[in-house]
Design a protein around this ligand. Structure first.
Ligand SMILES: [Zn+2]
Length: 93
């Protein structure tokens, strides 16, 4: 007795989901402006673009949580606040 498999469910899927998401800037220039551009997140040391208010999405959360001032400056007890912030996020998750 020999049964020939008629329809095998193929578990092998071709990989075609390696699309790359680009930032979406049509201009391609090799020039980097040394100036501080105003659409950057104002948080200290952050180079992300502004998403909300004057912050990137991450630092906007920081601002809302009181971790940084509206000018992106960290308070003296930033580390303590940041630790509390992280603990809070873990609880929320
Ligand atoms: Zn930022």
């Amino acid at each position: 007795m020999s049964e020939a498999p008629k329809e095998k469910p193929s578990t092998h899927q071709p990989e075609h989901s390696n699309k790359k998401k680009e930032g979406g800037s049509p201009q391609q220039g090799g020039k980097v402006l040394p100036l501080v551009v105003n659409d950057r997140c104002v948080a200290d040391g952050c180079k992300s673009k502004q998403k909300r208010a004057q912050f990137c999405s991450e630092h906007f959360v920081w601002f809302k949580e009181g971790l940084i001032s509206k000018h992106g400056q960290k308070p003296k007890d930033f580390e303590r606040k940041y630790t509390q912030f992280l603990a809070k996020q873990k609880q929320a998750a």
